[in-house]
Design a protein around this ligand. Structure first.
Ligand code: ASP
Length: 609
């Protein structure tokens, strides 16, 4: 008997055999994907991560092997040695790359048996996600998951290679640290040696990367896990991976150039050529044109049409004469029935007293001139859907002293964002009709990147009744807005930017404050006393005093990038071992209670109820 297991150099991959291998000896190892018993012939589809090859066991040629093949079940791990044979033309399987050949088995070994799995990697109907996550190792054997994880690997390698070539060092920063400034809830780790003290898992390496600039590593990056204890939405995970970077002495444009470069490399790894530079738009413009700070540019922007109505028309319509009147156009939706128009209404959230006119035909009847101008100004074709969002003539009270709004006033902001949300909801509802979300194969159309710049420095926190950092408190305000820090915080703009793709925020960053006196002013503007600031970030404030170069950076979500490249619906499709929406790992069953002894050692008592 051949001892072929001892000679791994002769092992082939299950997806690698081709017609040109006919006549050669080959050794395949993998899982039984499927077994078909045709009496004298047993066919085994043997699978590894590269694909599937058909192995034939012929009773007449080799009764012993045929008998062994009869014992095989799904997901047994098997080694087969044999001769590659060209298949008869009428049995060629055109659907798989190895479909022209088969391996005629001369040796067969069962390397391991398998229990009948709760579902099979080859099943066409997916089981429910809970089962997939509980038996993740089976789920990961599926072709789609193998593809996603390989893609993730390729993307990460491409980014590393690109950044390393640009002179960036990958530097690790601690996981057991103290609270970082991203503003979500921390995951805490109790200290045994200092009972009652806790580490926090980093929400990002923000302060460490800034300290690395102070330490002289002028170009840093890290593909790094971050931890945020937030209420999970569909596209969030409690631990997620960022491509985090920081540079000394950059203008914002330099950071953008680096990001465009590594995204180019990442997309290329997925076979997609994108063309930087990405367009840029200020936050104000994004709000005015798209009602969103992450515009999806695959659909037309909104059009401000207030001027097309005479003041008395606005009054008749019960529309504010001072707030924006926005026309939303969704191409190719076609004429809507009355019922369809009714279906639109719940998609609209009348934020801050905004108003929806979903029946454009009726407007057309009552205000033919205005309607025809609106058609022209929006560039509408006859089968495009137009709806109008305006401010109510009696707008809601806005009690707060401000909001997310440099220049854009708060009431305006409410109308813009109500319109923006409706635009997206309509775009999703009628995706089949306008087809703008379908991939065309042209990357310039399929991947609409955008830099959104000049974000507001502060956001009004309605709950806390105070100003909060819109990005984080280490973000530098615009030089020209420094004098408004005290007098008009809502108008201060930051050197902060987001990179957006098809309406999704891929990442955020900023040029940082590098001077201690300015940092102190920002803390003050955020309502933090000197003592509070020292207690939270004292080590960092001190570091700023020891010769800090100007610096800036950004962080992008790797999971999301891979999700988009994979065309996946959820982050869980591209994270090998993700958590559920309740932050549970169903495979290892975490989190769990721990033993009394462990708690005691940590000086922790769990309160019941
Ligand atoms: N630390 C920031 C974040 O995680 C990114 C940055 O400002 O570089 O959002």
């Amino acid at each position: 008997m051949l001892d072929f297991l001892g000679d791994l150099r002769r092992t082939h991959m299950c997806g690698g055999l081709r017609a040109s291998d006919a006549g050669k000896k080959a050794v395949l190892m993998g899982w039984v994907n499927r077994r078909r018993d045709l009496g004298n012939l047993i066919f085994i589809d043997l699978r590894d991560r590269t694909g599937v090859t058909q192995v034939v066991c012929n009773k007449e040629m080799n009764p012993a092997i045929h008998e062994k093949a009869g014992q095989l079940r799904n997901e047994y791990v098997v080694a087969a040695l044999g001769t590659v044979k060209q298949r008869d033309p009428n049995t060629v399987n055109k659907n798989i790359p190895t479909g022209e050949v088969e391996l005629v088995a001369e040796e067969l070994r069962i390397l391991n048996e398998a229990k009948q799995p709760p579902f099979l990697p080859g099943d066409t109907v997916l089981p429910n996600e809970e089962l997939r996550l509980k038996y993740r190792y089976i789920d990961l054997r599926r072709e789609a998951m193998q593809f996603n994880i390989e893609l993730r690997h390729k993307v990460a390698i491409a980014i590393r290679t690109y950044l390393a070539a640009q002179g960036f060092f990958e530097v690790e920063t601690p996981f057991m640290t103290r609270s970082t400034p991203e503003g979500a809830r921390d995951y805490l780790v109790p200290s045994r040696v200092q009972p009652g003290c806790f580490y926090a898992l980093p929400q990002s390496p923000q302060l460490f990367k800034q300290i690395l600039m102070i330490s002289g590593f002028d170009k840093y990056f890290q593909i790094v896990r971050c931890f945020r204890d937030e209420d999970l939405r569909a596209d969030r995970q409690p631990e997620f991976t960022q491509i985090d970077l920081e540079m000394s002495y950059p203008q914002a444009e330099r950071v953008w150039e680096v990001v465009e470069g590594f995204l180019g490399a990442a997309f290329k790894a997925a076979g997609i050529e994108i063309k930087p530079p990405f367009p840029r738009m200020t936050y104000d413009e994004a709000i005015r044109k798209y009602g969103s700070d992450k515009p999806d540019m695959r659909l037309p922007e909104m059009t401000e049409v207030r001027e097309t109505f005479a003041p008395e028309n606005l009054a008749t319509l019960g529309v504010s004469a001072t707030l924006p009147v926005m026309a939303i156009r969704i191409p190719k939706v076609g004429e809507l029935s009355r019922k369809e128009r009714d279906d639109i209404k719940p998609l609209f959230t009348a934020k801050g007293g905004s108003k929806l006119f979903e029946d454009f035909k009726r407007l057309e009847k009552n205000f033919p001139e205005a309607a025809s101008t609106i058609r022209q100004e929006t560039g509408a074709q006859p089968d495009d859907l137009i709806v109008i969002v305006s401010g109510d003539s009696k707008p809601a009270e806005h009690k707060s002293a401000g909001g997310v709004k440099p220049e854009v006033k708060q009431h305006d902001h409410a109308v813009y964002t109500a319109a923006g949300l409706l635009r997206i909801a309509l775009a999703q509802k009628y995706a089949d009709r306008h087809g703008a979300f379908k991939k065309t194969g042209n990357p310039e159309k399929d991947f609409r990147f955008l830099w959104v710049t000049d974000f507001p420095m502060f956001e009004w926190d309605e709950e806390g009744k105070r100003w909060a950092a819109a990005h984080h408190p280490f973000t530098s305000p615009h030089e020209r807005d420094m004098d408004k820090l005290e007098s008009d915080p809502g108008a201060v703009r930051a050197l902060a930017y987001d990179v957006v793709l098809n309406g999704t925020e891929l990442g955020s960053g900023s040029i940082r404050i590098h001077r201690q006196d300015i940092q102190r002013k920002i803390f003050h503007a955020l309502g933090m006393t000197e003592d509070e600031a020292r207690a939270r970030f004292g080590f960092f404030l001190e570091a700023l005093e020891y010769g800090t170069p100007p610096h800036g950076g950004i962080a992008l979500g790797l999971d999301r990038i891979v999700m988009i490249l994979a065309g996946a619906e959820s982050l869980r499709e591209v994270i090998p071992f993700p958590k559920t929406a309740r932050a549970v790992d169903l495979m290892v069953d975490a989190p769990t209670p721990v033993s009394e002894a462990q708690l005691k050692e940590l000086g922790i008592q769990v309160r019941k109820g």
